[in-house]
Design a protein around this ligand. Structure first.
Ligand code: DON
Length: 307
């Protein structure tokens, strides 16, 4: 298959839509990003990469980091994780408080904010403190992306902390139900820092390979998680990776995927490749508008989807 030609066609076809999305402005540091950017990349199991557009521009991965922290937590806690978080789609916005109250502080899944904050809490309990936890998360991301320079942006993390009232509310609510072990402030700060990690689409598509290959990095042979855990993470990405637009993403794209309000989306084509796309303009549910369209075009043109 001529992946380069397909990516080039997609870049042409999405151009008219670049003005339609709206950058996330509830995090002031993200509001400054030029929305009319687009990059897309894929990495095959032998490391071959194809890309188009701004594929090497770093951006804030935001909620995509939830895939990485959930992977680490499953590694240590296994199925015990499901005592503190669920694995059902929420059908609600990613930062909603309502459901968490009537479901007694147990977040629906690890990919909405409450769930990811809870996962960060589990990592803090395992690794000790903020510095250690962040170090381990970064070490893992650098390893799966095969890129030692990856780091988080302190300005973005601080900007979110200044406006993180909802996330603090979610963490406090979980604490009130005894479903958060560490200090609320520390958990939320650590969560904001891993959301503020910066990567480009080439790195992100490379980082998805372990999920396309039963938990094993096909290039280095490193075992990151068990095949069963890889299956579970992919399943939760498919059903919960795009919040209240998860059904729509499955309908249009047909791949396990995870979005972030920085405009990035990662997706997995089992046994074949990792995919990543970035365009900062978002749709109403907080997912990249052009990114979603580009992935839909990709699965339509290639016939590659899990269905
Ligand atoms: O907690 C937040 O709101 C952000 N750090 C992450 C949210 C996010 O990426 C949701 N994405 N669509």
């Amino acid at each position: 298959m001529d992946y380069q030609a397909i990516l080039n066609d997609i870049a042409d076809e999405i151009r008219p839509f670049l003005k339609e999305g709206k950058v996330a402005d509830y995090i002031p540091a993200l509001a400054e990003v030029d929305p009319e950017q687009f990059g897309m990349a894929l990495t095959l199991f032998d490391g071959t990469q194809f890309s188009v557009g701004d594929a090497e521009t770093l951006f804030s991965i935001q909620s995509i980091s939830k895939v990485f922290t959930f992977t680490l937590a499953l590694n240590f806690y296994g199925t015990d994780m499901y005592k503190r978080i669920g694995r059902e789609p929420s059908g609600n916005p990613f930062n909603s408080l309502v459901q968490l109250e009537y479901e007694h502080g147990i977040p629906r899944n690890p990919f909405i904010n409450a769930g990811a904050i809870n996962v960060t809490d589990a990592l803090l309990s395992h690794y000790g403190d903020d510095g250690n936890t962040l170090h381990e998360v970064l070490t893992f991301i650098r390893s799966i992306a095969d890129e030692p320079s990856i780091d988080y942006n302190e300005t973005v993390a601080a900007s979110e902390m200044d406006h993180g009232f909802r996330n603090l509310a979610l963490a406090n609510l979980m604490k009130s139900f005894n479903n958060l072990d560490n200090d609320v402030q520390e958990v939320v700060e650590t969560y904001f820092k891993h959301c503020a990690v910066e990567m480009d689409t080439k790195m992100l598509s490379r980082a998805m390979l372990y999920l396309a290959n039963h938990g094993v990095d096909p290039i280095t042979g490193t075992v990151h998680i068990t095949p069963q855990q890889a299956k579970r993470i992919n399943a939760v990405m498919l059903t919960c990776g795009h919040y209240d637009a998860s059904g729509d993403f499955a309908f249009h794209v047909g791949l396990p995927g995870k979005s972030g309000v920085g405009g990035g989306i990662v997706a997995v084509i089992p046994k074949l490749m990792g995919l990543a796309v970035w365009s900062p303009g978002l749709n109403a549910q907080g997912n990249s508008l052009v990114g979603t369209k580009a992935l839909e075009l990709f699965t339509t043109k290639t016939g590659l989807s899990v269905f």
